[in-house]
Design a protein around this ligand. Structure first.
Ligand SMILES: Nc1ncnc2c1ncn2[C@@H]1O[C@H](COP(=O)(O)OP(=O)(O)OP(=O)(O)O)[C@@H](O)[C@H]1O
Ligand SMILES: [Mg+2]
Length: 300
């Protein structure tokens, strides 16, 4: 085995090289965190919000980006670095995250929050009762930030309903004096643009598709460090591989990771032990935009 290649792998990945093919394939599809400059910036902004001194007009944020492009992964990474912990009969929960209700009603959002907190409530409780419970539990659990993912769910309702939902979120931030972070695809901008007060409060940060640039190549280099393959693929420095991955993933990080993982599986199954053009072409990965065309969908 090439020594320089081994040195490039993360220690935990190096250990996996001695596992069976099946175990290595299992490892490939486990969730991993790969860091990149924009994710670092967003995580650091989330830290800034989390530690923001309490005031009535707390700054909030909208994390907006294409689908399958790493928004929820960043949120999960942030929660992992600020996990809940037990203290004297309560679970201190620095960050609480929920998914926006498809009904676009604030009472359903409150129910979701209370359910996540394990608080006693009934769906039919009046909204004020739910709000009081939320205030109570946020205080005792010392919740310093609320995250609402998939905020575009609320766009199903009429604009007046979306406006009411966003206003209620803004008011909740004011009452609890905590930052609220909402996360969604570009359409979510419609939700924050219903009103200039909302728009001012929820400052948008965009997670755009990956361009073919230096950051993309360094992402490929970072991903390669996580692959339990015995030979170097040199994804970042082999132009034809990097171009192929960029073209076929169409710049979405979820697709980049998926294409690479699928070709690693092909590589292990065929005893190639690195990703080459053959693996990328033969692993039956279909470009996201071609998945709508029956003729482009591969058989298993
Ligand atoms: N930093 C990362 N490290 C490793 N894998 C990642 C990272 N970010 C994203 N991924 C991969 O991309 C996939 C999609 O990411 P994620 O679910 O975060 O996207 P999303 O923007 O929230 O999508 P959606 O809008 O559909 O909810 C993940 O399941 C994971 O495989
Ligand atoms: Mg998501």
């Amino acid at each position: 085995m090439d020594n320089t290649h081994l040195q490039n792998l993360f220690p935990v990945v190096k250990e996996k090289l001695s596992l069976s093919n099946e175990e290595r394939k299992q490892f490939i599809f486990e969730d991993k965190w790969i860091t990149y400059p924009l994710a670092k910036e967003i995580l650091s902004h989330l830290d800034f919000l989390l530690n923001h001194p309490k005031k009535s007009r707390m700054p909030c944020m909208l994390l907006v980006g294409e689908t399958n492009n790493g928004k929820t992964s960043i949120i999960n990474k942030f929660i992992k670095t600020h996990p809940p912990y037990e203290a004297e009969e309560v679970t201190i929960t620095p960050v609480l995250s929920v998914v926006a209700p498809e009904t676009a009603t604030i009472t359903d959002l409150f129910s979701k929050i209370l359910l996540r907190l394990g608080a006693p409530y009934r769906n039919g409780d009046k909204i004020n009762k739910k709000r009081e419970l939320i205030e109570h539990y946020f205080n005792i659990c010392e919740i310093k930030m609320l995250i609402v993912d998939e905020i575009h769910n609320i766009l199903v309702g009429p604009v007046s309903k979306q406006k009411a939902f966003m206003n209620a979120l803004k008011n909740l931030s004011t009452e609890l004096q905590i930052p609220i972070v909402i996360v969604g695809i570009a359409d979510a901008l419609h939700a924050t643009n219903t009103d200039s007060k909302i728009n001012n409060r929820f400052k948008p940060i965009a997670l755009k598709k990956w361009l073919f640039d230096r950051d993309f190549l360094s992402l490929l280099a970072s991903i390669e460090k996580t692959l339990p393959l015995k030979k170097a693929s040199n994804l970042a420095s082999t132009k034809e591989l990097a171009y192929y991955i960029h073209d076929y993933s169409e710049g979405y990080i979820g697709e980049i990771v998926d294409l690479i993982n699928t070709s690693v599986k092909y590589s292990i199954d065929n005893n190639i032990e690195k990703i080459d053009l053959q693996c990328l072409k033969k692993c039956k990965f279909v470009k996201p935009s071609n998945r709508k065309h029956f003729d482009d969908i591969k058989t298993l």
